[in-house]
Structure formats: structure tokens, C-alpha cells
Design a protein around this ligand. Structure first.
Ligand SMILES: O=C(O)CCC(=O)C(=O)O
Length: 274
């Protein structure tokens, strides 16, 4: 168990920079193969016109996804950064070869009706990821300056519509999170991040799992579907609804998760973001 713990240097790096890479692979090549086979099974559940972006929070209906996000090694790392915490969201970010799709610069905390900002994301690489095939990029230290101004994106290639307004940070300080399949990166909910188009003939697929300190409360008037799964420690706060562990291996979730982006301008106003 001790092997899965973060060193003091890694914790300090995360605290100062808002992200962490360089951890040993969490998943073996065989497990990565199984993960990709499981993704194929989930894709079979999509309806005509839907794509992998629709597979959101399906850990509530697919034991396959739930088990990946509840991987003990991942939970050990997250516990070192958050203390008692729960798991609440998952989705895939898949860029096919030569996909023009980008992810504009943003802070996750802007998207989520969660307080306080004590959440993080584990990005699980399902392919080898480098700059050619659109590795995610982060702006080191940008998690320390609070929420930046976001505006609706005009860039049609971005999969997100709320992006940081220009001039609030130096884009040339961006660091690419280069990973081998089976490795993870971790990023803070306040760190500015995004990803460019895929310039290669290789796919770039990642699965994100989102975790929050038990101190974190969701505004259910904005996201009424919010469900939590306690991972480590005791939930002394009991702020949020608890999810049921899925029984079936692969299953659709019929409703959509709601972020501030989807809830619209009223949600931004309600949270004091504009
Ligand atoms: O995978 C990407 O390109 C972006 C992922 C992202 O924005 C996130 O994990 O919050």
C-alpha cells in the first residue's frame, strides 16, 4: 500500500503547480486493452447521432467504469491530496486521428456548482499521449489566482463553450502532460488547462474521473443529478446525495449531467460568476 502514496515532493509539486505527472503506470497493458474493449461495449449502447461525449457519469450505470474510477492506487493518490473524499463524475475525451476538435483553456471549477473548490481530476490515458496527438496542456500555478473570467467560445472546434478570456495568463508557459497508456495525470479544479487538435494519425483517448473533498457541497438547484460515492475516510458533512453502485457491467444513463455550461447564464449569475 505504501508504494501508492505520494512523496512529500510530489504533494508539494501539486500544491505549487496544480497538476502532477510522472507516476508509475496505474494500469498494465492488459488492463488498458480491457479498458478499450469496455469502451467499445459502451459505444455499442450509443444511439444514432450520439458519440463518446454522451458517455457521461455512466459509472452510475456501468460497473466496468465504476471499478476503473474506484481503482485503489488512484484512490491512494487522491487521498494524499484531498483527505476524506468522494467520487462523482466521469467522462471520455477522445480525439480521433486528425480530429480538429480542441478543448479551449478553462478552469473546471468554473464549470461545476461546487463549494469550496477542493476537487481534482484524474485523467487516465487509454493511448500513449504526446504533443502530436493532442496531449492536454496546463498552465502551471494558475490554480492560485482564483476563478478567471470565462466567455462563451466562438471557436466551433472546441468541445467546451466556456473558455478563459484572453490575456489573463501566459499561454507560452503551458506544459504538455505526456503519458503512456495506463498512466494518469492529476489536475486541480482551479488550474487552467485545455488541449489542441490531434495532428497525428493516432487516436488520443482519456477517461476522466473527478473527486472532491467531503467538505464540498453541490448546488443541487443547478445540478439536481449530482451523486457521490465515498472513497476514503468518513463523510462528516453529509452534504450530498449518495449514488447506488451499478449492478450491470455496461449500461446507459438516460439523463444528462448538468454543469454550469449547460445550465446557462442564469447559473453563472446565481454563482456570482458574472
Ligand atoms: O482531455 C482533454 O483534452 C481535456 C480534459 C479536460 O478538460 C478535463 O479533464 O478537465
Amino acid at each position: 500500500m505504501l508504494n501508492n502514496r505520494l512523496s512529500d515532493a510530489q504533494k508539494t509539486f501539486f500544491e505549487q503547480n496544480g497538476y502532477l505527472i510522472g507516476l508509475p503506470p496505474v494500469f498494465t497493458p492488459e488492463e488498458v486493452r480491457q479498458m478499450n474493449a469496455g469502451l467499445d461495449e459502451l459505444m455499442k449502447l450509443l444511439r444514432p447521432g450520439e458519440d463518446s461525449k454522451e458517455i457521461r457519469e455512466w459509472h452510475e450505470s456501468s460497473r466496468f467504469l465504476y471499478d476503473i474510477c474506484m481503482n485503489e492506487t488512484i484512490l491512494d493518490y487522491v487521498e494524499d491530496l484531498l483527505g476524506p473524499f468522494y467520487f462523482w463524475a466521469s467522462n471520455f475525451f477522445i480525439k480521433e486521428p486528425h480530429s480538429k476538435s480542441t478543448v479551449g483553456w478553462h478552469q473546471d471549477a468554473y464549470y461545476w456548482p461546487l463549494e469550496p473548490h477542493e476537487s481534482l481530476t484524474v485523467w487516465i490515458a487509454m493511448d500513449d499521449v504526446d504533443e502530436e496527438n493532442a496531449a492536454m496542456q496546463v498552465i502551471p500555478g494558475s490554480h492560485k489566482v482564483g476563478l478567471l473570467k470565462h466567455a462563451r467560445s466562438q471557436a466551433t472546434d472546441s468541445v467546451l463553450t466556456l473558455e478563459c478570456e484572453k490575456g489573463q495568463f501566459r499561454e507560452d508557459s503551458a506544459v504538455s502532460l505526456i503519458l503512456k497508456a495506463g498512466q494518469i495525470s492529476i489536475h486541480d479544479d482551479n488550474v487552467v488547462h485545455g488541449s489542441p487538435a490531434n495532428r497525428s494519425n493516432r487516436r488520443r483517448a482519456g477517461l476522466t474521473a473527478r473527486y472532491s473533498s467531503t467538505k464540498v457541497k453541490c448546488d443541487l438547484s443547478i445540478n439536481p443529478h449530482f451523486k457521490t460515492y465515498l472513497c476514503r475516510g468518513v463523510d462528516a458533512y453529509r452534504h450530498n446525495p449518495i449514488g447506488a453502485v451499478p449492478k450491470q457491467m455496461y449500461g446507459r444513463l438516460e439523463r444528462k449531467h448538468i454543469s454550469v455550461e449547460e445550465a446557462g447564464d442564469d447559473a453563472e449569475r446565481k454563482l456570482g460568476l458574472k
